[in-house]
Every structure is written in structure tokens, then in C-alpha cells.
Design a binder for this molecule. Sequence first.
Ligand code: SF4
Length: 468
Amino acid sequence: METPNQFIHSATIAIKDIGLQTALGRGTTNAVNNRIKGMGELPDAYDLRQQARGARLRALHRLPELLEQLEQNLIARGVTVLWAQDAAECNQHVLDIARQHAVHKIVKGKSMATEETKLNDFLIAQGIDIIESDLGEFIVQIDGDHPSHIVMPIMHKTKEDVRDLFVEHLGIAPTDNPQELTAAARVHLRQKFIEADMGITGANFAIAETGHLVTVTNEGNGRMTASLPRVHVIVMGIEKVIETVQDFAALVQLLTRSATGQRLTSYVHMFGGAARPDDPDGPDHQYVILLDNGRSKIHGTQYAESLACIRCGACLNTCPVYQNVGGHAYGWVYPGPIGAIITPLLTGIHNASPLPHASSLCGSCKSACPVDIDIPDMLLKLRGDLVEEGDTPFLITAGIKGWEVSMRSPALYELSGRAASLGTNLIKGKDGQLHNLPSMLGNWTQYRDFPPFAKKSFRQQWRERKTR
Ligand code: SF4
């Protein structure tokens, strides 16, 4: 498993991995095209984005108050609400609930929050059987792998990879037909749903005014995870709360169009308590765990806007860095441009110092984001924090210091310009371009040429012209 601080090393390996490049090329191109088509259908896309942004920022502004309102409405619906300050507390709550209800088998729907807390590893170590029910998550689980995308966990795998896995783990005859592969997983998982004592899901939104928790899925696994087992546990980050159903109506349209290009996903679940006496199905008990895990430290800082993210994945798909290195290189749960902000903030900036630099600042992420989060601006601010805290590569610090010194002295500035001109003209190629800068500067010319300096600087030419 990579770590965020190994980003450059992991990315260097990733860009040479032909299988990964094939999967990423297909996956991100399809996702970008689908989003553009889906959003293009909206006559009022700009206004809707601003409405959605307003909804998220308002909710963040009133976060403590809305969480209390949500808690009260959940309790009124008979839901047990638990608060978890960090990953350990969250996992312990799940274990306590499991023990209280004599749970031995769990099915889990897609949940990034439980990826953060490493819930699966924790429960398996306690002797509890837990299986992922989302197809992508199921595939990474049987492969002993990790998701590489927040919406499409197997963005890094090809259809052929999945075929080989299913032949090995599910004992099926080899097939490249996606429908047959999906049917094989469905048969395997159906039995798991029937046997499970507890279901765990995440939540895309939590509506404070009604006490409903919403998930959007395409596979129907969310509904089965939530309604077949006796106990349903929802683990959600505290930032998922929104004010009203009306806000949800705006946000859900943008979430699904930005994530997969769909007008709406196949299933939109609104969970609002355990089964009532006259309900034909549903769990006997429902719990909600509200996970902080560093979010309240971000709230109120210049990075609070990052909490407005609705996890659509659009910024990942459109990012030229993600498109080339994939999700694993980022070394934690959240990859791509938003991951390059959230990971340093949640895990500690010194544990993820290469990530704010993993961007060309082209702005494609901001233009794709359905809630218009200013990702490039926050990446720049994080780079500033790294400099303030002295966590910058020596070459950059030395280069900037040298530039600062020469900029303060006109004579020194001119001298350094002449030296650079002389040096680059000595080593330029026959075509007049620099293909191989020496030493560590060679990283620059590894993938592109460097134009040599002009023989005479602007100042020299200006002086000569004035003396003519
Ligand atoms: S930052 Fe914006 S584009 Fe990226 S995942 Fe979050 S909501 Fe989607």
C-alpha cells in the first residue's frame, strides 16, 4: 500500500504501467464524455451549480446547528445516533453494536468514511465476517486491493483483470462478457445478503429538516444491505448534512450527472428509521454514526470549502495528473485534486507534502466541479503552508532564495542572466534547443525541451540601441 508521501515514486511507476494506462484512458475518457453530455442537457446548468454551491456553503456555515437538528429528527424516528471523534471510536461503535445484536456476518455498501477508518480490517481482526456488496468494492476486496476512485473503485482494472479474478475466486468459466461477470457476482452476493445479520452503508446526504439519510446507487445493493439484515448501521462524515429536501433536489441532479452522466441513478434511497410495525420489510434497528475524524478542524479555516465536496469524482476524471497516475499513487482514500487537499488536511500536511504539488493548476477540476469548489486556490494555499513550515524540497528553497537575492540587486540580476545565457548556449543542441539539462535540472528536460536564453538580454539590447 502506497502512502501519500511516496507520491512521486508511486506516480513514476504508474505512468509506466501499460495495463493501468489502458484502464485509466478508457475509464476517464468515458466518465468525462458522460459528464459533459449529462450536464449539457441542463438548460440552467450554471444556475443549478450556483444553487447547489449555495446549499453546501449554507450548510457548512450552520454545521453545528444542523447536526443537532439532524440528531433530534433521527431520534424522533427511532434511530440511535452515535458520535465518533476519530476512526478508532467509529470502529469501536460498530463493534459494540455488532456484539449487542450477536452479529457474526455483515454486508457493507459503498462507504468512503469506513475506508477512512479501515473498518473491514478492524472487524475481520475481531472475528466478524464482512463482505462488500458494491460490485467494484467487492472486486477490490477479493483481490486484496484498494479502491482507486471515489465513485468507480475499479477504475484501475480492465475487464480482463475482473475475468481472471472471478475465475480464481468464484470458480466461473472464463468470460469477457460484462453481463455474465456481473451475474456471477450477483449470485455470489445474494446468499451473503440472506445470511447477513448487519448491513452497513454510507450516506451521500443527510437532510437535517426531516432526518433522512440518502444514498444514490446503481446496483440495488444499497437497498438490500439496508433492508435485509436485522441491523442497519449508517456511517457518515459530519459534513454530509444539508438543510432541506429542496437542497437535496438540486444537489442530487448534479451529483449523478457529474459522477456518471445520468439524470438520476437507478436507486435513490431515503433511509428514515427502522421498520415500523406495518412495514413489509426493513431492519429491526437502525444506527447512525456521525464521524468527525478531523473534519471539525478544517471547518472555520481557509480550507472549509473543501468540506462542500459531494464526492462526485468529476475533478478526478478531468485531472491530467489523475488521468496519468490513477488513484493508488495518492496513497490514501481520496485521490485526485480534491484528495490532494483533503488528504493533507485530514492526515497531516507533513504526511502528504507531495500532494499539493501534484497539479498543473490548469483549473479543469474547478470547471468540472458541480459545487464550484476552488481547488487550484486551495492547492496554492497548501503549498504556501508547506513553505511556511519549511517542508519544501531543498532545490526549490535554494532556487527561490537565489532568485530573491538576484532580484534585489540589478547588477546581480544581470550577471545571473548572462551566466544562464552563456551556459545554455554552450550546451544547446544543433537545433538550438536544450534537450538535456545537467544534473537534477535534467528532470525538466526528461519530457520536454527547454528553450535556450537569447544571446543578448533585453537590457543589453536596450542599452546598445540607446547608444546608437
Ligand atoms: S471537489 Fe467537486 S468535482 Fe471533485 S469530487 Fe468533490 S464535488 Fe466532485
